[in-house]
Design a protein around this ligand. Structure first.
Ligand code: NDP
Ligand code: BG6
Length: 480
């Protein structure tokens, strides 16, 4: 049951993901899909679903019979949250079969989560056979997140609540877990002082793409750092969980969020940078400034120098940044290892040495790459000819598998009741606590977004921030 079934997210991601699962027989055999919204699209919901899958699914999967079979499972329920009536009709429809399991996915504005769940409860639809999945963001600060979580908990226990962060469904994120916890050689060096710093970049070429109503006044810190980037920090920094289960993984992630050094008051001036794109060009096309249509006080870029204050990571900065209208669409985690303790090479060769680097790339392609130093020496060369050699740890030959939509993994795990890749209540709340500190610091210090040219790599202030740590951002495509 997809609340917000006619929305942007449903059209772009959720419906195509469900269709792929249907094609692969990964949905329960007798499953049906009910989309709900206040009004049915003019062309009808089935046509809306068909258009969404034709747009979002690779053509080789669009065999007419399969599309028709999928559409035969689809229904629409007109429900206006906050108004009586619709939910009772839905209850009648769903209760026709008391053995049926109900999986409710909330892809509506978050302000509807509480009234929606209360309405489900009022219609008797929150019993033990029902589970709930809901989109980010949960609230817009700690207080609102606690209010939503408290209201949900009255009707759905934590074991039946699945808070979605679609970054956890991305294949490379799971590969990161495999890399960290499926190899013994990395663990001893996965810590300070061997790792000098960690960089996480989520750069988008796109702007707010018709979502300005949501984005304006929210900004990059709340939209991306509180959730997606925080999850990436947790997966890089967490201790090995006892097992790969919802409970163990959440426990370890929570400890990371709790260990984040608070950044607030005057510290925001040196450890954070806010930016907003000015006019420029992206992909060769001119782009107007965000401020032409949006608020001057909404950041479309944010950079943070975070620290995880625990034994493993003491004094290892985690540089985080995200921005709209950047030079290219790139999401990557860079693990920068430290310099050599002692140089054995001749001066001429030594100048070519670079510290080792592990890059976990989520976008545009999914890959894990380790840069090691090697030598290109051959007969006749006077020197060692040291050079960085990169070792790709993904896609070792063969045709690459279809790149899945992150929601395919998440839907599958949700329907199987596996919470490993979902976010726990406490993580959400602790993350907001940290974000609220930064927001309060910005307000107190009157920190306004610095301009950066659309199509660039963010404001100069962000480069300066890293210089103060004797570090530099690695921009995608940067040569060695
Ligand atoms: P949209 O505004 O495009 O869609 C909202 C949906 O909710 C529509 O189907 C709308 O239909 C329905 N809706 C709105 N008000 C009501 C109401 N009172 N009663 C019943 N249904 C209602 O939003 P998005 O799809 O962009 O976002 C949905 C959720 O997903 C949000 O929580 C967002 O933060 C999250 N999200 C979105 C992403 C994206 O790329 N779009 C990415 C990650 C998360 P109608 O107006 O007919 O009622
Ligand atoms: C969403 C944000 O959660 O993630 C958007 O609200 C952002 O602003 C999107 O564009 C990025 O997701 P992805 O998977 O395209 O990196």
């Amino acid at each position: 049951m997809l609340f917000g079934g006619t929305g942007d997210l449903s059209r772009k991601k959720l419906l195509p993901a469900l269709y792929y699962l249907f094609c692969e027989n990964r949905l329960p055999r007798k499953a049906r899909l009910i989309g709900a919204a206040r009004s049915e699209p003019e062309e009808g919901f089935k046509q809306f679903v068909q258009a969404a899958i034709e747009e979002g699914v690779e053509s080789e999967f669009l065999e007419a019979g399969t599309v028709a079979a999928f559409l035969s499972t689809v229904r629409f329920a007109p429900i206006s949250v906050g108004e009586p009536g619709g939910m009772a009709a839905l209850a009648e429809l769903l209760n026709e079969d008391s053995e049926r399991r109900c999986a409710f996915y909330l892809a509506t504005p978050p302000s509807l989560y509480t009234p929606l769940v209360e309405a489900l409860a009022g219609a008797g639809l929150t019993g033990p056979r029902a589970t709930l999945a809901l989109e980010k963001p949960i609230g817009k600060n700690l207080e609102s997140a606690v209010a939503i979580n408290t209201a949900l908990a009255e009707h759905f226990p934590e074991s039946r609540t699945f808070r979605v962060d679609h970054y956890l469904g991305k294949a490379t994120v799971q590969n990161l877990l495999a890399l960290r916890f499926g190899n013994s050689i990395l663990e001893p060096i996965w810590r300070a002082p061997f790792i000098r710093h960690v960089q996480i970049t989520v750069a988008e070429e796109a702007g707010v793409e018709g979502r300005q109503g949501y984005y304006d006044g929210v900004g990059a810190l709340r939209d991306m750092v509180q959730n997606h980037i925080m999850q990436l920090v947790c997966l890089v920094a967490m201790e090995p969980p006892v097992r790969l289960s919802g409970e163990s993984v959440r426990d370890e992630k929570l400890k990371v969020v709790r260990a984040l050094r608070p950044i607030t008051g005057p510290a925001v001036m040196t450890e954070t940078v806010r930016g907003q794109y000015a006019e420029g060009a992206v992909g060769g096309k001119p782009v107007p400034a965000y401020g032409d249509s949006g608020s001057a006080d909404t950041e479309t870029y944010v950079a943070v120098a975070a620290e995880v204050n625990n034994w493993r990571w003491e004094r290892t900065p985690f540089f985080l940044r995200t921005g709209k209208r950047m030079g290219s669409r790139d999401t990557e985690i860079v693990i920068q290892f430290g310099a050599l303790p002692h140089l054995v090479f001749r001066e001429q060769d030594a100048s070519k040495l670079q510290p080792n680097r592990l890059t976990i790339r989520l976008q545009p392609e999914e890959n894990i790459e380790l840069v090691l130093m090697g030598s290109r020496a051959g007969i006749g060369m006077e020197h060692m000819e040291l050079a960085p050699l990169s070792l790709s740890l993904s896609r070792m030959g063969g045709k690459p598998p279809r790149r899945r939509i992150a929601y395919e993994r998440l839907f599958t795990d949700w329907l199987n009741g596996d919470q490993t890749l979902f976010v726990g209540r406490e993580e959400v709340e602790e993350s907001w606590r940290w974000i609220d500190g930064i927001l309060a610091g910005w307000a107190e210090q009157g920190l306004k977004p610095a301009p950066y040219a659309a199509g660039g790599w963010g404001p100069a202030e962000a480069d300066k921030m890293l210089e103060d740590y004797d570090a530099a951002w690695r921009n995608p495509g940067q040569s060695e």
